[in-house]
Design a protein around this ligand. Structure first.
Ligand SMILES: Cc1cc2nc3c(=O)[nH]c(=O)nc-3n(C[C@H](O)[C@H](O)[C@H](O)COP(=O)(O)O)c2cc1C
Ligand SMILES: Nc1ncnc2c1ncn2[C@@H]1O[C@H](COP(=O)(O)OP(=O)(O)OP(=O)(O)O)[C@@H](O)[C@H]1O
Length: 325
């Protein structure tokens, strides 16, 4: 897959590309609704002997269009490098990442179709029923035939739902923030995962029999609600079972840190992994974080947490259910 960063002054030109079938949208999470859009585009590309392309935007349009968001505070299910990996898995040939700024937001729908689609040799557009384009989102899948003027074909993908709700990035973000990582995983079609770096913690863990890997999150991910989770922990290509606390450790700290810490007790792992890149996959939230009256009470609870996480990870929860949709 080739990733192409597009700015206003370097819009892709038709002569540089083979005929493209283009899936359009932001695609945060690359969830099951998105997968349907991209697979549909892939099938059409196969039929038309064209290449499969996806056009996404960066940063999130909300950071430009809404005063409630900014690039500094925006959080994602799949920050751009992770989105790229998911697109590769879907066998996308070209990922166009269009720089979203005020100037782009003000493009008339006709200009967007002419310059960014027809101009880049898109022969067929695929998007969901609620996709919109151009200034104030005035372009929709209903207006696309008018703007296309017979120069490209289009396919609209119907609403993909789960339990009568539209699968959307917004819904998945909400689930993650509430700690409902199981539902988030069902909607994503894979376990929600966060990549981070193992850093030194306060070194107290090993003294209480529960050493933990402190995970520093560097990309702008949405972090699940505070609490204790059963997780899979992947380091150096090996996947381990673990139990993770996201929180402020109120048993030891009266004053809240700026951000919650993410620390994983990895079962049966006896290696020093400081500095390693790791993936934490969130399987199930087990409980909320508590302030214990003594370290002994905390340790007692940690044994119970470990047992419960072991049970969850050994059971049916290992693979998420895909037959429900
Ligand atoms: C599974 C698990 C559950 C935890 N639950 C709590 C909790 O409910 N309350 C709390 O104050 N700390 C909790 N902790 C954090 C421990 O207090 C922390 O791991 C310990 O103090 C070691 O910290 P350190 O790695 O910074 O040295 C939990 C840690 C783990 C691994
Ligand atoms: N559940 C769905 N069913 C069908 N198409 C979808 C679904 N969700 C998104 N799409 C389509 O996938 C593309 C990318 O979606 P986009 O990221 O813009 O929206 P979203 O997932 O609904 O996120 P948000 O909650 O931020 O609106 C768009 O063409 C959109 O119409």
């Amino acid at each position: 897959m080739k990733t192409i960063y597009v700015y206003h002054d370097n819009i892709p030109k038709a002569e540089d590309f083979p005929p493209l079938v283009m899936a359009l949208g932001y695609f945060d999470g690359v969830h099951r609704g998105h997968q349907e859009v991209i697979r549909t585009a892939g099938q059409i590309a196969g039929q038309k002997q064209a290449k499969l392309a996806v056009m996404t935007f960066s940063p999130h349009p909300k950071t430009v269009l809404s005063p409630d968001y900014s690039e500094e505070t925006m959080r994602y299910i799949t920050p751009l490098p992770v989105k790229e990996e998911e697109m590769k898995k879907l066998e996308v040939d070209y990922l166009f990442v269009v720089h979203f700024d005020q100037q782009f937001a003000e493009l008339e729908p006709q200009e967007f179709v002419d310059s960014y689609l027809i101009g880049s040799r898109t022969i067929h557009v695929v998007a969901g029923f609620d996709f919109s384009y151009g200034r104030l989102g005035k372009g929709t899948m209903e207006t696309l035939p008018f703007h296309a003027r017979g120069k490209l074909d289009y396919t609209t993908v119907g609403k993909k739902e789960w339990e009568n709700e539209k699968i959307s990035s917004t819904l998945i973000k909400q689930c993650i923030l509430e700690g409902n990582v199981e539902k988030a995983s069902v909607l994503l079609g894979r376990l929600y995962a966060i990549r981070g770096l193992v850093v030194k913690g306060e070194q107290r863990g090993r003294t209480i029999g529960f050493p933990t890997a402190n995970v520093q999150i560097e990309d702008p991910y949405i972090v699940p609600d505070t609490g204790v989770y059963a997780v899979w922990f992947t380091v150096q290509g090996r996947r381990w079972k673990g139990v993770c606390n996201i929180g402020y450790k109120p048993t030891f700290h009266d004053i809240r840190a700026e951000r919650p810490e993410v620390e994983v007790h990895v079962f049966d792992m006896d290696e020093s992994i400081y500095g390693a890149k790791v993936d934490v996959e969130w399987v199930q939230r087990l409980r909320g974080e508590k302030k214990f009256s003594s370290v002994e009470n905390l340790i007692e609870q940690l044994h119970l947490d470990k047992k419960q996480a072991e049970k969850v990870l050994s059971g049916q929860h290992r693979e998420i259910r895909t037959q429900d949709l």
